[in-house]
Write a protein that binds this ligand. Structure first.
Ligand SMILES: Cc1cc2nc3c(=O)[nH]c(=O)nc-3n(C[C@H](O)[C@H](O)[C@H](O)COP(=O)(O)OP(=O)(O)OC[C@H]3O[C@@H](n4cnc5c(N)ncnc54)[C@H](O)[C@@H]3O)c2cc1C
Length: 462
């Protein structure tokens, strides 16, 4: 009789196309374990919105395992200690897991590897960090050459179905409800009902998107249309693998899926960057940015966080984030640019807010997005690129549908006035029931003045 094998789930909460599940199932009866470790990640412990997701995703994985006759064992603590305890209780001889590239997760992995016989497998990315290298073995720091090289190694291996699993007698488990991952006082998660966490929910989202993948190249920039995949929280939690996404979409649309698959390539690039620069989420890649003259502006920050800046497109995005735990990529860029350039608030302050409020908060993707907008990353937007909120809004939300959905107090304004209500005449505002400064704020900064101030700040560190 083969000895029990532990599958240690982390950001890979699925059963299909999971090399660690397969390896464990092939080697012996399986003990499936998830360890909630709030110590090792330090400041990067899982944020509030993601805790909501994690609760539901673990519940879904637990149900899927129960349907196969097994059980998901939930434990809290340091992974090395918890898994050693589980191994002692079950007689398990080996632990199987997927590689996890966040710096704190590497420390966690090392601790488990010291205590136990740990087998690590690929599967979180199209290609693991460090695998695609430039001539001479150097690592990529710029996205386009990285993507071109990665593309030459594609397609990824065919995704594998979930294996048949025999289960060992499980040791005692915590009760998921006792982990208190869900918000209670107050419960702000009502708007999160748009999501279905878990492996089945991930595949349902993929199926919906597969019908739209042809429209992605144009539609991806329109926040008022549901033309992006909304797979980010599913991918972050590993409920679906990038190889499964590739196989489904390239299979359905061929190379017409490449503009979309390139974005999955950005996810790989973020992991590649974080693997090379472990402090990437905390420190600017370009050293000059250590001297950037950021402002301390608590009132401006609060207006940004709660969608009261007086710039409708920024406010719509921040309110979508607060209500649903997600924001459209185009608006993430506009909102991040507004915080860092119009308000000159440190990108790390915005990064932390996103960390706590996004259901897809991902250390690498989030830092890459913020450093790109700030211009402090290795591969970044040019220094002097300052998004004009009204211009972006007019271009990408021309009919104002996105603003009307998330800033309902402006809903009755005509299309021509909704992007910059402060420029509308008083009759137009009155007819729409808008009283600036009362029902909706006046802009907290003047665009031209803020732009000039930002350019001066950038010039000071050149
Ligand atoms: C300031 C800022 C912060 C961000 N923070 C995060 C974050 O914490 N987590 C996160 O997953 N994405 C982040 N992004 C990237 C992007 O906004 C989201 O991945 C995307 O909006 C998710 O929606 P979707 O799944 O519909 O995307 P789609 O357009 O359908 O893209 C498909 C997938 O590709 C990946 N992807 C897309 N764009 C990027 C990108 N720029 N960088 C890395 N991966 C990408 C995601 O996994 C996404 O699910 C951030 C972007 C910015 C500008």
């Amino acid at each position: 009789m083969a000895a029990p094998q532990i599958v240690w789930f982390r950001n890979d909460l699925r059963l299909a196309d999971h090399a660690a599940v397969r390896a464990a199932a092939a080697a012996g009866p399986v003990v499936a374990v998830y360890v909630l470790d709030d110590t090792t990640p330090g400041d990067w412990r899982i944020g509030a919105a993601q805790r909501w997701w994690l609760h539901h995703s673990l519940a879904a994985l637990g149900r899927d395992l129960a349907g196969m006759g097994g059980r998901l064992v939930l434990r809290r603590g340091l992974a090395g200690e918890v898994l050693s305890d589980v191994a002692r209780a079950t007689g398990a001889t080996s632990v199987h897991a997927l590689y996890h590239y966040e710096p704190w997760a590497k420390a966690q992995t090392a601790a488990v590897g010291t205590a136990l016989d740990l087998h690590l497998h690929d599967g979180a990315y199209l290609s693991p960090p460090g695998a695609v290298t430039a001539g001479g073995g150097g690592r990529y720091r710029i996205f386009t050459p990285f993507w071109n090289a990665l593309l030459k190694t594609m397609p990824p291996g065919d995704p594998e179905p979930a294996p048949m699993i025999r289960f060992a007698d499980p040791p005692p488990s915590d009760d998921l409800a006792d982990w208190a991952l869900l918000p209670t006082h107050p419960d702000w998660s009502g708007g999160f009902a748009v999501w279905t966490p878990g492996e089945a929910g991930a595949h349902a989202a993929l199926d919906i998107f597969a019908a739209n993948v042809h429209a992605y190249d144009v539609g991806r920039n329109l926040p008022g249309e549901a033309l992006t995949s909304r797979l980010s929280p599913h991918l972050h939690h590993g409920e679906i693998s990038p190889a499964q996404v590739w196989a489904a979409l390239h299979g359905a649309a061929g190379d017409a899926a490449l503009p979309f698959l390139r974005e999955i390539g950005w996810r790989d690039f973020a992991a590649e960057t974080l693997d090379q620069f472990p402090a990437f989420a905390e420190e600017p890649n370009r050293p000059a940015f250590a001297y950037f003259p950021f402002r301390d502006d608590p009132a401006g920050l609060e207006a940004w966080q709660y969608g009261r800046t007086g710039y409708p497109i920024v406010d719509a995005g921040m309110r979508q984030l607060w209500a649903t735990g997600w924001m459209h990529n185009r608006v993430r860029m506009i909102a991040a640019s507004f915080l860092t350039k119009h308000l000159l608030i440190d990108w790390r302050v915005g990064e932390r807010w996103f960390w706590d409020t996004l259901v897809d908060a991902d250390l690498g993707n989030n830092a890459l997005g913020w450093q790109w907008i700030m211009g402090s990353g290795v591969d970044s937007s040019p220094f002097n690129r300052i998004f004009t909120p009204v211009g972006q809004s007019t271009k990408f939300d021309a009919a104002g549908g996105y603003i009307r959905q998330w800033v309902p107090e402006l809903a009755k304004l005509p299309d021509a006035a909704i992007h910059a209500p402060w420029e509308a005449d008083s009759a137009t505002l009155a007819a729409a029931g808008v009283r600036l400064g009362e029902t909706y704020p006046l802009p907290i900064v003047d665009h031209a003045a803020a732009r000039a101030r930002a350019l001066a700040a950038y010039a000071s560190i050149r």
